[in-house]
Write a protein that binds this ligand. Structure first.
Ligand SMILES: *Cc1c(COP(=O)(O)O)cnc(C)c1O
Length: 231
């Protein structure tokens, strides 16, 4: 077995254990393998081990990788910041975008989504722990943005995404993730029909699953430590 296959098995076991510990079904949590900075060959190995959903932050890097892997039926998620000048690449190449936090970006993605493709699946990034310089819409502004995005013809609003600061311990990680879950539930109570809460990474996936995440984005535990110097 390759190292990546072995790591994937461990991560799936972590998710299953975290889910059963809180009476959730293991398959109620989707695993997104975050392959940023890793070569197409690493993605190919993960695919051989049964992984089909991959997350990328750097849009040009991702598009190059997609071309190298066009023979595989992969689902690509954009999880990095999306500037206006990159919306066309995202709209033309990705299946999902998790990091939408402004109407202007959502509008461009909808306008630029090619007719022949399924609608772009979208999550709104929420700044759940209030960092002033962080990406993500403020929690109190999410409902209005969600309604606006839900009305765009070529997007399908699926849920929320968060990237909280690393927490000191399990309980404080759960406290932040639980706020995101409450916001998600409140939007559904307003009739938005969201099914995806994208939260939890290598360090905090157990806390995220316990707090109601439906999708965890895991890089390091699958592919190893990232080397940004050579990326
Ligand atoms: C890099 C990244 C991840 C994966 O982080 P790990 O700690 O390596 O699991 C998840 N989400 C986002 C938005 C990222 O940028």
């Amino acid at each position: 077995m390759t190292m990546i296959a072995d790591n994937l098995q461990r991560v799936r076991a972590r998710i299953a254990q975290a889910a059963t510990a809180c009476q959730r079904k293991p398959d109620s949590v989707t695993l997104l393998a975050v392959s940023k900075t890793f070569p197409a060959e690493a993605v190919r190995q993960a695919y051989a081990a049964g992984q089909t959903a991959f997350g990328e932050n750097y849009i040009q890097e991702a598009v190059d990788k997609m071309a190298a892997l066009a023979d595989l039926p992969l689902v690509w998620h954009c999880i990095g910041p999306i500037q206006s000048n990159k919306t066309r690449l995202v709209a033309e190449h990705f299946d999902w975008a998790h990091s939408v936090d402004r109407l202007k970006i959502a509008q461009r993605l909808s306008d630029q989504r090619p007719e022949g493709m399924a609608p772009l699946q979208v999550c709104i990034q929420v700044n759940i722990d209030g960092g002033p310089t962080k990406a993500g819409v403020a929690p109190e502004a999410v409902l209005e943005l969600a309604r606006q995005i839900a009305a765009l013809p070529r997007l399908h609003l699926r849920g929320l995404m968060t990237i909280p600061e690393p927490a000191a311990d399990f309980a404080s990680a759960c406290a932040v993730h639980t706020r995101a879950r409450a916001l998600f539930d409140a939007l559904n109570a307003e009739g938005l029909q969201l099914d995806t809460l994208s939260m939890g990474m290598t360090a905090d996936l157990e806390a995220a699953v316990q707090s109601g995440s439906t999708l965890v984005r895991v890089g390091t535990a699958i592919f190893g430590k990232r080397d940004y110097a050579t990326a």
